[in-house]
Design a protein around this ligand. Structure first.
Ligand SMILES: [Zn+2]
Length: 510
């Protein structure tokens, strides 16, 4: 590529916004912020990232494009298609790759306005899936290594997240200052301190006038919040209500909830939807709700310890004492759906978690959709699903942040949009550089050729800013010394190399 024709210029100055890496991506002509656009250099780097990812991880994945219905998560759309196309054990395993655009609804990056490449693995049994996951975790390590990143070993809770710590990074995290536990908020777990066992007592209705919040009820009845059962409502795409019951001191994690329900898109239920379902807002009760046309009742596993909770009576101004699960109500699903908040106990060591920022580069999760296939024995068995996500834009920001100096970016070879930054100086130098450019590109070498009519200073400054791995300069001086002056971006010293041996070194065997 000739720089005289390259779309997008380097900038000497930009308003500092975001991380240093982000600012450099803008200055070096990879990225523009308003509107958010990857210029050709950036788009090419992201394409390299994708190729490297495929080489390390999803060689066997077949690319697909899906168009989910409005508000439908892309994962759900893929599951729907898989459910129709995968019939028998002969169709397994299957690997599908789908790219999602910023703003599309996915369960993986609810709060991140960024591109994701999702690789879905469909497996015939849990063992096969675990083998694949073991290989995938190794593959991600290889990928990160090639990108020059050392992501701390991912931590499994019920999935893996590869996180680069970065103040001001785009991903919201919680982390434990004691043991180092770290996870994105939407997947993080907490330790739920078990309540002391009690003898279950008979249910009792009490008047609680005006007590429509957990605080008010707990104060009125005289119990701590963790002795109440809180009702939270969502509705699905058809307006059917999902009734969630969770201990009163906890909040609901909507991502975990959606997954527990098999990837159902959820929104907070409206008053009208509650009314239609016969639910008295403020006094809602899980007791007696079975068989009343709800989409589902979901109980958080926090209700499994302790006894005699205070819950609504589904009657204006009344609550029930001594509600016990599962004695008094049944749930369609029982899951860990509590949200991790700063101050909540770490799932590993119990110390209070802290809120923080960082960059999540990749995630891997097991999914439990309701999909089945025909086994060789002609029975139906559940399909096990893994979902591996890469966030290429996050990766680019992390690499730019961790690989630069005061003069500009320093791309690892695997991600560099071009391998060689070729500079011709003066008439003679430009002529020789043109010849070298033709020879290198003919051999398939990726060269960015600064053929512009600019001063050496401008050309060197731009080369450092853009940060390709190798800089090759041809001018009067280098020609007098017998060739081309070669310098690696990461090194201080340059050396003169003969033209032919440079070609042989850069594009060997072609
Ligand atoms: Zn901890």
């Amino acid at each position: 590529m000739r720089m005289s024709q390259l779309f997008g210029k380097t900038l000497r100055k930009v308003e500092a916004r975001g991380s240093e890496g982000m600012v450099l991506l803008v200055r070096a002509g990879f990225l523009r912020r308003e509107p958010h656009a990857w210029l050709p250099l950036g788009a090419r780097m992201l394409q390299k990232c994708r190729e490297l990812w495929d080489a390390c991880l999803s060689q066997s994945a077949q690319q697909m494009m899906v168009r989910p219905r409005p508000k439908e998560a892309v994962e759900k759309a893929v599951m729907n298609i898989a459910g129709k196309e995968i019939a028998s054990y002969r169709d397994l395993p299957a690997f599908l790759e789908v790219e999602t655009r910023p703003g599309s609804k996915t369960l993986f990056h609810l709060e991140e306005d960024t591109t994701a490449i999702l690789c879905f693995g469909f497996h015939s049994d849990p063992e096969e899936m675990e083998d694949y996951i073991t290989e995938a975790v190794k593959g991600v390590s290889r990928f990160l290594e090639a990108c020059g990143l050392e992501a701390p070993a991912p931590q499994e809770s019920d999935g893996w997240d590869w996180i680069i710590p970065l103040e001001g990074g785009p991903s919201r995290l919680v982390r434990c200052p004691e043991c180092g536990y770290e996870a994105p908020v939407r997947w993080a777990k907490i330790r739920k301190e078990p309540l002391p066992p009690e003898e279950p007592r008979p249910i009792e209705e009490v008047a609680t006038p005006g007590c429509t919040t957990i605080e008010a009820v707990a104060n009125f009845v005289g119990v701590p919040k963790n002795k109440t059962a809180k009702a939270v409502f969502y509705s699905d795409e058809n307006g059917q209500v999902v009734f969630v019951v969770i201990r009163g001191d906890l909040d609901v994690n909507e991502t975990r909830l959606a997954c527990a329900l098999g990837w159902v898109p959820l929104k907070p239920a409206t008053e009208a939807e509650l009314f239609m379902a016969g639910i008295v807002a403020g006094y809602a009760s899980p007791v007696g709700m079975s068989g009343r046309g709800l989409r589902a009742i979901v109980a958080d596993d926090s209700l499994l310890t302790g006894a005699n909770f205070v819950a609504g009576a589904n009657k204006e101004g009344y609550h029930l004492l001594n509600v016990n699960y599962p004695r008094d109500f049944k749930a369609d699903a029982e899951a860990d759906i509590a949200l991790a908040r700063p101050g909540d106990p770490c799932p590993r060591c119990g110390a209070p978690l802290e809120g923080g920022c960082g960059i999540v580069i990749a995630s891997l999760r097991r999914a439990r959709p309701n999909l089945t296939y025909n086994t060789p024995e002609k029975t139906r068995a559940p399909i096990c699903v893994s979902v591996l996500a890469l966030y290429p834009e996050h990766l680019a920001e992390a690499v730019a942040q961790l690989h630069h100096d005061e003069r500009g970016l320093m791309w690892p070879r695997a991600l560099a949009p071009y391998q060689v930054h070729l500079i011709g100086l003066g008439e003679e130098g430009l002529r020789a550089a043109e010849e070298l450019y033709q020879k290198l590109t003919a051999r398939g070498c990726e060269v960015l050729f600064d053929d512009r009519d600019e001063s050496p200073g401008v050309k060197f400054t731009d080369a450092d800013l853009i940060g390709l791995p190798i800089r090759a300069v041809i001018g009067k001086r280098s020609l007098a010394q017998g060739g081309v002056e070669v310098k690696e971006r990461r090194e201080k010293e340059s050396k003169i190399t003969e033209m032919d041996s440079f070609i042989a070194h850069i594009a060997p065997g072609s």
